[in-house]
Design a protein around this ligand. Structure first.
Ligand code: GLN
Ligand code: ZN
Length: 757
């Protein structure tokens, strides 16, 4: 059986591309130098893949920033404001990706959006009515030739026409349908060029096919590919889908003249069923996504073989493939020096997945696959009882009933009790939690890690920072204070480190966007709270002020969503385990005199399933209860806040209300406050603090501007439910803009208060 991967990480094992790119941005190296680093990474990876015995090796999966943006440049779909700057092609590309501010002009970057259900972000192409879509670049051909010169005939990878047109933003009157002919012509030319270069296969990535599709979408897809495939010549075309199943277009997809179709059997709940029920055309190759490209666990060969049995009964030639590009897992385990062997042996990052695929090739070509050494070793590994089981936690989760997810008394009564207790003014002011993480703060955390300062010295320093932060907030006149979160590197990692069951890597970076990488921790075993995590800091901060001090926690769904999850238990089970631990912290804070506790669910919206039909059962049905469990045990007079980093929750507004927090703050300033209408229409019950200014920019909002935002909010939100706050934490901001911004915020709230009472 042949083997394939969809794509490979491009950042380099030690993030070489990131560091080189950032040097280039700072003007420390020139383009030639950056290109050298990029080429080194590509050739190293090519060699690795060749040596592993992989049959279909991808090319053009490399990008200096993002593959969708590459495609926009390839198709001449680049807004004029970038091309007219008169920069070099590479700098024009970076201007679109990151914005440009310099002697040639001042333009913002194109928008960035989450890539389906991953933590990767792509650049959103912008297409206006004058757009002239045509083949305008050479990158895929150059990279194909580069690999060819190095002895490999690769399978070039390009974002497909349908996905490209679906992901683009249309600025004028025209829509995707208006660009079918032009796009089809450009893609046909791409195929022709590849045929001339001697390519055998071209992979078109079409992940948009796993989304809910309307009749119009299907028409768009079919009309594009009828055209593209009618002139494909000698080159074979693979339609590659991932992140789900193609239940809406299976018939169309398998009827078109593709030579290969890639389906995802890991995340595609219905993929197997689709193949079984409809069969798979014998004249096409099935690229079977059986090896999980998104998670870091070793693959179970037993499961792969079982799936292959079913597929073999229904399809002709099958190629063993990953479920999605390996860019969503870290590059290599080779740089992990601290992981114990008994942990490491369960992991497979991108490089190790190549080895797994090679083993699967060997196993499946053996006469008795189940008797091969590799199969038996893999089976033994998967049947091993892993460390980290906690029977007590499991028993507690098993015993949860509806009652545990319900806070009493009901919201309205609590609201009364709390108004009575806190006697906050109208439009109470607060912040989201973190204050600027200045160099001294980061330095102190590092010094503690490296042993440069003692624990006592660290505590003294942190207390000083907290005291300064409290004093500053009192001086500015905020109503509900925070301690500043100086002790936290990251809102998930910090808690992960205080929880049993979590594992941390040293170098397991995954690209999030451009040069930004994240290092998600791994849920290894059952989760429990090893020790109080925040109580000491919050209690100290509260001791310095008579105003309420908010306790600050990260919620279970966000902690889980920003980690590599287990595969041996369900996400629901893990979320409830984390909820148990966070609940203990909530109760501990309450018992220690903290009267307001904020449980951030910054990433709750993020992992909402791609298909609406899966929203409840696969996600909301456990995610919302997990949050509810965290706070259902507190007293009526304890106020629970939550925070979300976006306001794109119009579709799940009832579920957000159902989290049953007392107050929610969220980002609103950048989304033009459209969420306010939704809140009003749905009689949103939770008190709300839609962010009155954008903390992602160093700009200082004026008092008038904030008052105008508050006035707009008052049109839709009852005055007694409205809070006034920035739209996210201030940790990435400087003190310079933070103090005047918050001062203006407080003054705006005070004036609004006077005018409204
Ligand atoms: N409490 C966190 C902070 O202020 C929330 C961060 C977030 O929403 N991403 O930093
Ligand atoms: Zn936020």
């Amino acid at each position: 059986m042949n083997t394939s991967i969809i794509g490979y990480p491009r950042i380099g094992g030690l993030r070489e591309l990131k560091f080189a790119s950032e040097k280039y941005f700072r003007g420390e190296i020139d383009q030639a130098e950056l290109e050298k680093v990029a080429k080194q990474i590509r050739l190293y990876d090519l060699d690795l893949q060749k040596k592993s015995g992989l049959d279909f090796i991808p090319s053009n999966d490399f990008s200096y920033y993002d593959g969708v943006l590459d495609t926009a440049f390839l198709l001449n779909a680049v807004p004029e404001r970038y091309t007219s700057l008169g920069l070099s092609p590479l700098d024009t590309f970076f201007a679109a990706a990151r914005g440009y501010q310099g002697e040639k002009g001042d333009v913002k970057a194109l928008a960035m959006k989450k890539w389906f259900n991953t933590n990767y972000h792509y650049i959103v192409p912008e297409i206006d009515d004058a757009a002239d879509i045509k083949l305008a670049g050479t990158k895929p051909f150059d990279l194909f030739n580069e690999a060819l010169e190095n002895g490999v005939k690769t399978k070039p990878v390009i974002v497909g026409a349908y996905t490209f047109l679906k992901l683009a933003r249309y600025i004028g009157k025209k829509t995707a349908a208006d660009f079918v002919d032009a796009a089809a012509a450009a893609y046909s030319e791409i195929l022709k060029k590849f045929a001339d270069l001697g390519a055998e296969w071209v992979q078109f990535d079409e992940p948009s096919l796993v989304m809910d599709m309307t009749a119009e979408d299907k028409k768009l897809f079919v009309s594009l590919y009828e055209k593209i495939l009618s002139a494909k010549g000698s080159v074979k075309v693979l339609a590659q889908t991932y992140f789900g199943d193609v239940r809406d277009v299976y018939t169309e997809l398998t009827s078109l003249a593709f030579d290969g179709i890639g389906l995802d059997f890991v995340e595609g709940k219905k993929s197997l069923e689709l193949v079984r029920a409809n069969g798979f055309p014998k004249d096409k190759i099935l690229f079977a996504g059986l090896v999980n490209g998104k998670n870091i666990w070793k693959c179970s060969y037993e499961k792969v073989l079982a799936n292959l049995e079913i597929l073999k009964a229904n399809a002709g030639e099958i190629v063993i493939n990953t479920s999605c590009s390996l860019q969503h897992v870290p590059v290599t385990l080779a740089n992990e020096s601290k992981l114990p062997e008994n942990v490491k042996k369960h992991f497979a990052f991108a490089e190790e997945k190549l080895a797994e695929i090679a083993e699967l090739k060997k196993i499946t070509s053996a006469d008795a696959p189940e008797k091969t050494e590799e199969y038996l070793a893999n089976k033994a590994l998967h049947s091993e009882v892993r460390s980290g089981a906690n029977d007590e936690v499991r028993a507690k989760v098993a015993k949860l009933t509806d009652k545990d997810f319900t806070r009493l008394p009901a919201f309205a009564e609590r609201e009364k009790v709390q108004k009575e207790r806190f006697k906050l003014p109208l439009f109470p002011t607060t912040t989201i939690g973190s204050f600027p993480q200045t160099a001294d703060v980061k330095g102190a955390r590092k010094d503690l890690r490296t042993g440069n300062i003692t624990n006592d010295e660290y505590e003294t320093f942190m207390k000083k920072k907290i005291a300064e932060c409290v004093a500053l907030q009192e001086e500015i006149g905020l109503d509900v204070l925070v301690h500043g979160e100086f002790e936290r590197n990251d809102m998930v990692e910090y808690f992960g480190e205080c929880l049993d069951g979590y594992i941390f890597t040293e170098k397991a970076w995954v690209q999030s966007y451009g040069t930004r990488c994240v290092k998600p921790p791994v849920v290894w075993g059952d989760i429990s709270r090893a020790k109080p995590m925040t109580v000491k800091w919050s209690v100290y901060a509260q001791s310095l002020t008579s105003k309420p001090m908010k306790g600050m926690l990260t919620g279970p769904v966000t902690i889980l969503n920003w980690s590599f999850p287990r595969e041996d238990i369900s996400l629901k089970e893990s979320a409830l385990q984390i909820a148990l631990a966070i609940r203990e912290e909530v109760l501990d804070l309450e018992a220690n005199g903290i009267s307001i506790i904020q449980v951030d669910e910054a990433a709750l919206r993020e992992k909402l399933p791609l298909r609406r039909a899966d929203w409840r059962e696969d996600y909301l049905d456990w995610a919302i209860p997990a949050f509810r469990y965290v706070h259902s045990g507190v007293r009526p007079e304890t106020q629970i806040h939550t925070h979300m980093c976006y306001s794109e929750f119009a579709d799940i507004i009832k579920d957000i209300d159902n989290m049953d927090a007392d107050v929610i703050t969220f980002e609103a300033s950048r989304s033009d406050l459209t969420i306010l209408d939704v809140l009003k229409e749905n009689n949103f019950r939770t008190e709300v603090g839609p962010g009155v200014y954008d903390i992602h920019s160093p700009r200082v909002p004026s008092k008038e501007e904030i008052k105008a935002a508050v006035a707009k909010m008052l049109d839709r939100i009852p005055a007694e439910k409205l809070w006034v706050n920035p739209d996210c934490g201030l940790k990435t901001r400087g003190t310079k803009e933070t103090v005047p911004s918050l001062t203006n915020l407080v003054n705006a709230a005070k004036e609004a208060r006077n005018e409204n009472s």
